[in-house]
Design a binder for this molecule. Structure first.
Ligand SMILES: Cc1ncc(COP(=O)(O)O)c(C=O)c1O
Length: 459
């Protein structure tokens, strides 16, 4: 029976002393030996004299933002302590007025939809192609961006996610060039890509690629505490002052100095992290070599799998996406097996794959444990010989009710197929259905398959 705890701190402390290895966020991997710091109460203050003010930074907090500009090569950078979520909300509000048109990739995180909801925006979708081999969403096609803009020249922004939760990167430079040729800014939800330039993932790097607003969660892929993120504003299509005003609406007026010092320390770390990222790349390479001869499981863009087999412009190999298609194991079962038998805790699982998140703070020991576990599991599982067709991601029809209208609980609608809320698997928090879309049989079946395989579906 699970142990009962009266206090969260006690439970966290006990868990921290177990042998469980974290292949999940936060990116610091609780590796205090490497980072040499821990963050206790004695530095938890508020905006007392000499400690600046996040919402009007002039002193030590401005210095931290300046470091971000330098390490990320950005014109304007902002520390975020309410996650990428607050940066995404501010980004959308800073380029749109109430009732405007906006183009968004359909595989965006729910924070993007919430940003659209706040300004009652008319959303025009770009659907990423689905990768045949793995079922994950592929890179955004350039032609689809052009087509979406030509069909909606009044759009005030294009919003896409790159890298995705599964590590798929889009060609930001080409997408930015197209959007800019129509005078439209590009917002990139880079929540999973704060490490991109340091890791050497220059293809599709959004700041160099010309994206106008880039929002990156530091806590996901870099050594920084949960909730910490950074936003960058570049070019002249977005008014950075307006972005700042919007940010002050969505960010707490009592920003945690512990979180802000974690961000500042992360920027310092990045200034001198070349060797550590080199070591990280080497560890990933060794991992990749060690799983080259898996017979049944496939690890995306690792081992014997190659990017040319996928609909990906580029891929973040820091994401270890283990595909179970064609075997007698679902992604969720694989995740459970890795937890129960091998003490490896992964980030998320779907019916046909599971995702291990890695970072520059991972230890060689972690990669060795994961590869040994995968080799052993691969030998013990059954393979049907047929590659199971991937589960198609449904494209729900629109009802004609806007996101904002359908979310209005006071509105009476006599059609129970029209969704009044979001339905999404968490993680990754990408809506399967949004308010105003039709829940048809295909969607019900998709949700059933997710639930039957143990995925947590929230509605
Ligand atoms: C693609 C994507 N965008 C945005 C977010 C929100 O980021 P945060 O948790 O830092 O607010 C997430 C969170 O998982 C995400 O996966």
């Amino acid at each position: 029976m699970a142990e009962f705890y009266k206090n969260l701190y006690d439970k966290l402390k006990d868990y921290s002393e177990t042998d469980s290895y974290p292949f999940h966020m936060p990116g610091h991997k609780r590796n205090t030996d490497l980072l040499g710091v821990s963050f206790p109460f004695d530095i938890d203050i508020t905006e007392i004299d000499g400690f600046d003010n996040l919402h009007s930074a002039e002193g030590i907090l401005k210095n931290a933002a300046d470091k971000a500009r330098k390490v990320f090569h950005s014109e304007h950078s902002y520390m975020l302590i309410n996650g990428s979520t607050c940066g995404i909300l501010a980004a959308i509000r800073s380029v749109t007025e109430y009732g405007d048109d906006i183009i968004i990739a359909r595989n965006c995180h729910k924070s993007v939809y919430n940003g659209c909801l706040l300004n009652n925006l008319n959303m025009h979708f770009i659907y990423p192609p689905q990768d045949d081999k793995s079922g994950v969403s592929g890179s955004i096609a350039i032609d689809n961006v052009r087509e979406a803009i030509e069909n909606c020249m009044t759009a005030k922004a294009v919003v896409i996610t790159s890298p995705t939760y599964e590590g798929v990167i889009s060609d930001i430079k080409s997408i930015a060039d197209i959007a800019h040729s129509y005078g439209i800014p590009l917002i990139v939800d880079n929540a999973h890509g704060a490490h991109q330039i340091f890791f050497g993932l220059n293809e599709g790097e959004p700041i160099q690629g010309g994206a106008d607003i880039v929002i990156s969660s530091l806590h996901k892929t870099l050594p920084s505490l949960t909730q910490t993120a950074v936003a960058h504003v570049n070019g002249n299509l977005v008014d950075s002052r307006r972005f700042e005003r919007e940010l002050s609406i969505f960010e707490t007026s009592s920003p945690s100095y512990i979180l802000m010092s974690s961000i500042d320390t992360c920027f310092d770390f990045l200034e001198n992290s070349g060797k550590l990222f080199e070591e990280y790349r080497k560890n990933l390479h060794k991992f990749s070599e060690s799983i080259k001869y898996l017979k049944h499981l496939t690890v995306l863009c690792h081992g014997s799998d190659d990017i040319s087999e996928h609909k990906f412009y580029s891929f973040d190999t820091g994401k270890i996406v283990i595909c179970t298609s064609g075997t007698n194991l679902s992604g969720v079962e694989l995740m459970k097996l890795l937890r129960d038998k091998y003490g490896l805790e992964l980030e998320m699982a779907y019916p046909f794959y599971a995702v291990a998140m890695t970072s520059v703070c991972d230890k060689r020991e972690g990669f060795v444990r994961l590869s040994k576990a995968l080799i052993e599991i691969d030998e013990s599982i059954l393979f049907s010989g047929n590659t199971v067709p991937v589960l198609p991601i449904p494209k729900p029809e629109k009802s004609g009710l806007s996101l904002a209208k359908a979310s209005d609980k006071n509105l009476i609608v006599n059609d129970d197929k029209i969704s009044r809320g979001y339905i999404f698997a968490y993680p990754p928090g990408i809506p399967i259905v949004i308010p105003g879309e039709i829940i048809d049989d295909e969607i019900l079946m998709y949700i059933e398959v997710l639930k039957a395989s143990g995925v947590n579906v929230i509605r």
